[in-house]
Design a protein around this ligand. Structure first.
Ligand code: UD1
Ligand code: CA
Length: 487
């Protein structure tokens, strides 16, 4: 069965007070409209159409591949916003709108809102199932809210409970406004005859708009079945119209995601300060410590410990690794690797099993082989480091000469003494040793010692003489002497 999602994203969203259209504002780094598209795809929709209008180019620029875009030239109402997709729908289904019968088995159109980012995929699935199983021409997703003001209200037959029509708040009587069941603006329609019937809607109402909601009464008048599905969790259908609601939706998303991970076996010690984006996969027995952000498309294997104070973006972390108080961007870290505290792994790093990137180390575009260690205070950029190397404290790859970036290559089992500069391009053969404090500008053969520093000089007794010379002005007291004086 063809299930086409149609996402309304033509509105401006003036209450956002933004130069950007509302639907591209982000929740955990993902534009709201994309979250809606993701949910539709997860729910099994095989095609997605996005209706753009206000600042269409900006919205279209963030849309994922494979989405069909239809521009609505004038925002004259939600019925028009759906109607403009008629040609695209006909192309996708390969058949005309007119059918002798209306049967959802022949295909459905699921109407979603680009500014309702929390709608869960399983709610969409349930909506479609309800429509198909009840053979309805339309199933409307409703919610019962303590404060229904502003929303369209669901009018039901007092006796049978059957849905009869939707009345917009602005057109409703006081009696109708007392109804707490609202139209979420999310629907599943049978495709048969849908566009033919949408063309019958007029704009004879309080707002002078073509209301999509009017289709309900039209379908009823044509003898079609219309059903309603009440959403279990009304939080899912909250629209985002302001920055305050954007933050509220983000917090709800955070809770939902953290909860799902905890249920699946992830320890999150401080869910309030942990931010995990929807496209992150985490295996069981991972521990996430406070103030950690795992964003983008990331994968965290079992027994990893992340945090505290860590940010991981678009990266994979292998089993048993520990990432402490560090930042990891667009990189792959394999198993039993230790990173941090306070290190910065910049894009395109690959750190192999059992390696260590220790305290305050910055690495970029670097491959670190199995078991190799960069334990303290280093910068390693554009480097290829073999297995079981040790880069002493303060080792720096000088990869930039002001014009070009160059590579540093180390074989296996290389030992680099502390505070050495490896001036790229340079190649250090396997098993070589670099003496501490060397500036290495030439290749070092395998198993050689490279030493680049001036010879040490010793001046016997120099320090004692130096002190004696300054004795009269020597006012320095040790902490011990000071405390004895005070006592
Ligand atoms: C709509 C429903 C209302 C429901 C509410 C839920 C109608 C007539 N009313 O009201 O019953 O309770 O949603 O939030 O549908 N849009 C377009 N093009 C247009 C008009 C709107 O793309 O020409 C988009 C808007 O950007 C928005 C969505 O459609 O994303 C809803 O439109 P809006 O005018 O805000 O309808 P509501 O007044 O919220
Ligand atoms: Ca030196």
């Amino acid at each position: 069965m063809q299930t086409i999602a149609l996402v309304l994203a033509a509105g401006q969203g003036t209450r956002m007070k933004s130069h950007k259209p509302k639907v591209i504002h982000e929740i955990m780094g993902i534009p709201m409209v994309e979250l809606v598209i993701d949910a539709a795809r997860q729910a099994g929709c095989n095609e997605t159409i996005v209706i753009t209008g206000h600042e269409a180019e900006q919205v279209e620029a963030v849309l994922p591949a494979g989405v069909h875009v239809v521009r609505q030239e004038q925002r004259i109402g939600t019925a028009n916003a759906v109607a403009v997709a008629a040609d695209t729908v006909a192309e996708l289904t390969g058949r005309a709108d007119k059918a002798s019968e209306t049967d959802p088995q022949n295909g459905v159109l699921v109407v979603l809102s680009g500014d309702v980012p929390l709608l869960a995929a399983n709610t969409i699935e349930k909506l479609v199932r309800t429509c198909v199983e009840s053979k309805s021409a339309m199933t409307v997703l409703t919610a019962v809210l303590p404060d229904a003001s502003g929303y369209g209200r669901i009018i039901r037959d007092a006796e049978t409970g059957e849905v009869l029509r939707i009345i917009e708040h602005k057109d409703a009587t006081d009696q109708e406004r007392a109804i707490k069941e609202i139209n979420t603006g999310i629907y599943c329609f049978a495709l048969d005859n849908l566009f033919t019937r949408l063309a019958l809607i007029d704009n004879n109402n309080a707002q002078g708009e073509y209301y999509l909601t009017d289709i309900l009464a039209l379908l009823k008048a044509a003898g079609q079945r219309v059903t309603a599905l009440a959403v279990e969790n009304p939080e899912e259908v909250g629209g985002v119209n302001s920055r305050v609601q954007l933050a509220d939706a983000t917090a709800l998303m955070q809770q939902r995601i953290n909860r799902a991970h905890m249920i699946a076996g992830v320890t999150i010690t401080s869910p309030q300060t942990t931010w995990i984006s929807p496209r992150v996969n985490i295996e069981a027995d991972v521990t996430v410590l406070p103030n950690s952000h795992i964003l983008g498309t990331s994968y965290i294997a079992s027994d990893v410990v992340i945090g505290p104070d860590t940010r991981i973006v678009n990266s994979d972390i292998g089993a048993g690794s520990v990432i402490d108080s560090s930042i990891v961007l667009d990189s792959t870290i394999r198993s039993n690797v230790s990173v941090g505290p306070r290190s910065y792994i910049r894009p395109k790093c690959l750190i192999e099993d059992g390696a260590k990137v220790g305290t305050s180390v910055e690495i970029k575009g670097t491959h670190i082989g199995k078991g190799s260690k960069v334990p303290h205070l280093s910068y390693v950029g554009d480097a290829e480091i073999g297995t079981n190397c040790n880069l002493g404290a303060g080792t720096i790859t000088c990869n930039y000469d002001g014009f070009h970036k160059s590579h540093t290559v180390l074989g296996d089992d290389v030992f680099v003494g502390s505070d050495s500069m490896l001036v790229a391009p340079v190649h250090i053969g396997s098993g070589a040793v670099i003496g501490a404090g060397s500036v290495i500008t030439h290749d070092v053969p395998a198993d050689a010692l490279a030493l680049e520093r001036s010879e040490q000089t010793i001046k016997e007794g120099w320090a004692a003489r130096h002190r004696a010379q300054h004795e009269t002005t020597h006012q320095f007291t040790t902490r011990e002497e000071a405390s004895q004086n005070n006592g």
